[in-house]
Design a protein around this ligand. Sequence first.
Ligand SMILES: NC(=O)c1ccc[n+]([C@@H]2O[C@H](COP(=O)([O-])OP(=O)(O)OC[C@H]3O[C@@H](n4cnc5c(N)ncnc54)[C@H](O)[C@@H]3O)[C@@H](O)[C@H]2O)c1
Length: 319
Amino acid sequence: MAMEFQRIGVIGLGTMGHGIVQTMALAGGQIKAFDTDSMLVENLHQRIAKNLSVMMEENAIAPVDVDEILQRITCCDSEADAIKNAEFVVEAIAEDLQAKQLLFARCESLVGADAILASNTSSFPSSSIASGLRHPERAINTHWFNPPHIIPVVEIIPGERTSDATIERVISFMKALGKHPVRVNQELPGFVLNRLQVALFREMLDLVGRGVISAEDLDVAVRGSLGLRWAAVGPMRVGDFGGWDILSKVYQVLAGEIRSYTQLPEILADMQASGNIGLKAGQGFFEFPTEDQAEIIADKDRKFMAWAKTLREAYQSGE
Ligand SMILES: NC(=O)c1ccc[n+]([C@@H]2O[C@H](COP(=O)([O-])OP(=O)(O)OC[C@H]3O[C@@H](n4cnc5c(N)ncnc54)[C@H](O)[C@@H]3O)[C@@H](O)[C@H]2O)c1
């Protein structure tokens, strides 16, 4: 599929930004990239080369000439160099509304009338980020998932004043990148997928916190039942297959039983207090010895790639 945007500026090269740069360069885009942390600019090529070689080892992508892809990525010393004349700007900077608003405002004076400004925010509505823009019709949220070079879906959330043309161009661009754009029709906090994730986390943390099931068994249970069914056909179809008559009865029995509280579950508050907040602390529900962490992350990514490959094949066959 032809890529409409060739000149792309990416600002913020951390966890999300570097994978977004990689995806766009792999698809043939010319990227100019900037981060206020010069170390992340300096080692951008190295990080992407490593990701690409792992993806090739896992057959997650067809063999490519890594140097050719890296040549399409220019590391810039200034934000303006990365943005100037870009047709498509992605911001993946820290989750700070004002910083994102100011960045997009600076972009407006450096890009052409047709350029699109896409935010990777996890929480702010596109309308807020674009509130001070002269041309808010060009701003949109494109919410990628970590790791962005592996997870297929990108939520597309237009703001109140985003134009239809912008939405259509962004959706076709994401398809050209090999992504699966999913349009969200209203600007709700958390968009769609983070709302679902929090709803499930609330119940899971309650069940584990009360000792109803261990964290380990919960993972086994979900992977081998809900997770498998959802990945294979999607939860709405699972409902259709099961029958909403039965599910309505189950819903009525359970809706008042499951958790609806808004405060942080006790188990999470305890984890925060003890510092055992997951991989980066070496301990969460599971143990992650510091010396093994690089391999643990690589192993997790290999698993994501294997499942993403299965999904890609299903999408390609029209499922
Ligand atoms: N990590 C995730 O799972 C995830 C998923 C989806 C969306 N997001 C969103 O993506 C964005 C980036 O998140 P991340 O996880 O990559 O964070 P990160 O901290 O890994 O990277 C952010 C980078 O932005 C740089 N930065 C900050 N302010 C800047 C500025 N004004 N100009 C240039 N660079 C600047 C920082 O130096 C840092 O390298 C956030 O809005 C976040 O909410 C994150």
